[in-house]
Ligand binder design. Sequence first.
Ligand code: PXP
Length: 280
Amino acid sequence: MRLGVNIDHIAYLRETRKINDPDPLEAIFIAKRSGASQITVHLREDRRHICEYDLSRIIESSFLPINVECSTNANIIKVVCELKPHRITIVPENRNEVTTEGGLLLQDSLLPVMERILHSDIDVALFIDPNEASIEKCLKFGEKLGLISKKSSKSSEMINTLSRSLGVELHTGKYANLSLMIESNLSRTHNSIKELELSRSKLASLLSFELNSLIYQSKQASNEGLLVFAGHGLNYHNVKPITNISYIEELNIGQSIIARSIFTGLENAIKDMIKIIKRD
Ligand code: PXP
């Protein structure tokens, strides 16, 4: 399973002082030698962490593919398309949120944006909630854009005649929050998630529901020809059950890796994560 390391939080730390240290560019070289498969960054409309300056230096210097998360804002799409990352993952964005809160609202207005990205020779993925309606809508988008591989009539294998496919990144935030509330001491702190202050048995059944949705929806998506990724809130404790879902090809993980790197160094933090998620 591939690991995309999201390095936004390094730029976050820099922005707390408004100086030039730490430089997220340094992280891309450490990520490469630690065995990561991809660098992920989010160019937010408010530029609260990564900015164009970071993005252009990262894209020019990286040996790893770059996945840029961004909204459909026309100016942002123009900037990112001109910089030509490997992939653009379209995410919803709300200025007041601490981090990306939910999956995309899958409206037809996404289609011209996706076309614009594909015309720039950049792969496209959509960050979605793991539910049936979202997968169905993505399949419709994929068909309209000619990005769905058809199944062979003789076998269940995909005929891979397309040079590219539509990617979906399943939002694991709900799963991650439930796991934090049940398996860590978060509920005993000032950051306890109010709407999840429930009995442990209720939390356990919600957690199992979320995990089953991720399993079922990733299977549907993959069988129908979408590329399946996942991310948000994944950490060293909750990631294992997600790595057991064979339909998911890649995880994008940021906060927990950067948090651990404060104590262990970034190289060890990335290697520790890879040890957990690697498939033999
Ligand atoms: N994937 C997407 C689409 C995201 O928006 C984020 C957060 O920027 C992540 C993955 C990584 O989330 P985390 O920092 O919680 O690991």
